[in-house]
Write a protein that binds this ligand. Structure first.
Ligand SMILES: O=c1ccn([C@@H]2O[C@H](COP(=O)(O)O)[C@@H](O)[C@H]2O)c(=O)[nH]1
Length: 270
């Protein structure tokens, strides 16, 4: 089953729009992981197992593993998700962007080495740079559109031919890049108005929405402005607010409670 079908099915079975972000920061791990050479895997596995019930997807951020030399832990973590929580798609947040020949290797890295169901990509190099991902029809290609950070508008809001650049990205994603039906977009929860505008451009295309929790985005506004007619269409991603809900021995229970609370908040506005 391809990424899009898997996601549709997961929205239905979990009743959740929450995407659990996996951004390991060992300095924030509970004391029990001190000195543990496999702490990155152990901590993330515990979070995954504690939150899977409330997750429509998991989103490991590759830099948080690679910076620690923990690519092996990332491989094992994704394998663990597929084995223990089948049906929960994994989006590798790598924000790749390069010329075609290199993009092809990035696609192999994401989909074959890591066995991710989807990958985030940067469209700055244009349509040809996305082809190696788009042609993997069973995998999702999640294109940066209007990012959650404060400086997002520096380039993404520049007006070209009468509309901001991020709207061109949304329009191209819907009209040109989605021939295999495997494209989604990243739009930050910190920009409710832009979420509404992107939804109007792309119809029912799934949106990955980071920026609730630690970045202060309004979860209710996200759902009100960007849900689809059937009350789905969103993967609302939260990392730190779930992962580090407690630094004590109850870290897994606290993560579970945080994921549940976000699910419930989102569902109140569907
Ligand atoms: O526009 C974007 C795109 C990606 N991200 C990533 O999402 C998480 C957010 O972490 P929080 O702890 O929930 O703030 C992180 O991995 C970012 O790299 C984003 O924030 N904004």
């Amino acid at each position: 089953m391809g990424f899009m079908q898997q996601l549709q099915q997961r929205w239905a079975t979990s009743g959740s729009l929450v995407c659990v972000g996996l951004d390991p920061e060992p300095a924030k791990f509970p004391a029990k992981f001190k000195g543990d050479p496999d702490a990155v895997f152990g901590f993330c596995r515990d979070i995954v197992d504690a939150t899977a019930e409330f997750a429509c997807a998991f989103k490991p951020q590759i830099a948080h593993f690679a910076a620690l030399g923990a690519e092996g832990a990332l491989e094992r973590l994704i394998a663990h998700i597929h084995a223990k929580h089948p049906g929960v798609p994994v989006i590798l947040d790598a924000k790749r962007g390069d010329i075609g020949s290199t993009a092809q290797r990035y696609a192999v890295e994401a989909f074959d080495r890591y066995a991710a169901d989807a990958v985030t990509v940067n469209p700055y190099l244009g349509g040809d740079s996305l082809q190696p991902y788009l042609e993997r029809a069973d995998r999702g290609v999640v294109v940066l559109c209007r990012t959650s950070n404060p400086g997002a508008g520096d380039l993404q809001d520049l007006v070209v031919d009468g509309r901001p650049l991020y709207q061109h990205v949304a329009a191209k994603a819907a009209a040109e890049w989605n021939g295999n039906g495997n494209v989604a977009l990243v739009v930050g929860a910190t920009w409710p108005e832009q979420l509404r505008e992107v939804r109007a451009i792309v119809g029912d295309m799934p949106l990955l929405v980071p920026g609730v929790g630690a970045q202060g985005g309004d979860a209710a506004g996200v759902v009100r402005n960007a849900r689809t007619a059937n009350g789905t269409g969103l993967m609302v991603s939260s990392s730190r607010a779930i992962l580090y809900a407690s630094a004590g021995d109850d870290y897994a229970e606290a993560a579970s409670a945080a994921a549940r609370a976000l699910r419930d908040t989102l569902n109140r506005h569907r």
